[in-house]
Design a protein around this ligand. Structure first.
Ligand SMILES: Nc1nc2c(c(=O)[nH]1)N[C@H]1C(S)=C(S)[C@@H](COP(=O)(O)O)O[C@H]1N2
Ligand SMILES: [Mo]
Length: 241
């Protein structure tokens, strides 16, 4: 009988956890949906840029950008190789249920495919990159953020950091991406796992992401401390501050 009690308790525990995650999702929606809709990439009536509208109704090419079909590699020059068996993603900080995910845990989360554009502040844009990964929102919700958690600081295995406001991090095309063009993401581009932020300049997406720190205040990341814009909207050309 002890077995049955344990499994019932286990099931109740799982259901309780599910319920808490759903509650966290609803709370985040309540706090950030309006702010998400007010971000420039969703609300600008006359965005700068050229070309037919993209999937968000913005001009396809942000101002001052040029299309490239190559995929340049930009980083600090350190390529941290982490074996999948030792790889971890931590989500912690201002939350009730910090996570430490192994590779299998990440793969067990809902997976999404999405095609999006990639805009680098050094003026190249790459269109229609097919990604596969887990929505960043998925792991944020699972960590059950505190009611004042409004910013993230992403930490990467190469020491890079980058900050994001919650209203950008929760957008459905912001992914923890492990696959591009149907193949495991190359080390050069941040494999095994990177963040992508298609509606912001690409420096906002940490390659080799190791930790998502939820915060109740904004802390500048590596490039933001060195003069990059703290908003990074390509259609307003927020390059430098
Ligand atoms: N960990 C880490 N992530 C990073 C960087 C970095 O140096 N380290 N550089 C950023 C910058 S400036 C850009 S433009 C993009 C480039 O991604 P790519 O090399 O896949 O083109 O990654 C961003 N993410
Ligand atoms: Mo960049």
């Amino acid at each position: 009988m002890a077995d049955k009690d344990d499994s019932e308790r286990g099931e109740r525990g799982e259901r309780g956890k599910e319920a808490r995650i759903v509650e966290a999702r609803m709370k985040l929606r309540g706090r950030f949906l309006a702010r998400m809709q007010e971000t420039p990439s969703m609300a600008d009536a006359r965005p700068m840029g050229e070309g037919p509208p993209n999937r968000h109704g913005m001009p396809r090419l942000p101002p001052g950008q040029t299309e490239t079909t190559a995929w340049p590699v930009l980083d600090l020059g350190i390529k941290p190789e982490v074996a999948l068996g030792k790889w971890r993603l931590v989500v912690d900080g201002a939350c009730a249920a910090p996570l430490c995910l192994g590779w299998d845990d990440l793969m067990a989360l809902p997976q999404v495919d999405d095609v999006s554009d990639f805009h680098c502040v050094t003026t190249w844009s790459k269109f229609d990159v097919p990604w596969r990964g887990v929505r960043l929102a998925e792991v944020i919700e699972a960590a059950q953020p505190h009611d004042d958690a409004s910013f993230l600081l992403c930490h990467a295995y190469d020491g890079y950091t980058v900050n994001l406001p919650m209203e950008e991090a929760l957008k459905p095309d912001v992914l923890l991406a492990h696959t591009a063009y149907g193949k495991p993401l190359e080390l050069d581009h941040g494999g095994p796992l990177r963040v992508i932020t298609p509606q912001l300049y690409a420096w906002k997406g940490a390659k080799w992401v190791a930790r998502i720190e939820l915060m109740n205040h904004d802390v500048l990341g590596y490039w933001e401390r060195r003069g990059y814009s703290n908003t990074g909207h390509p259609w307003r050309e927020d390059r430098y501050s």
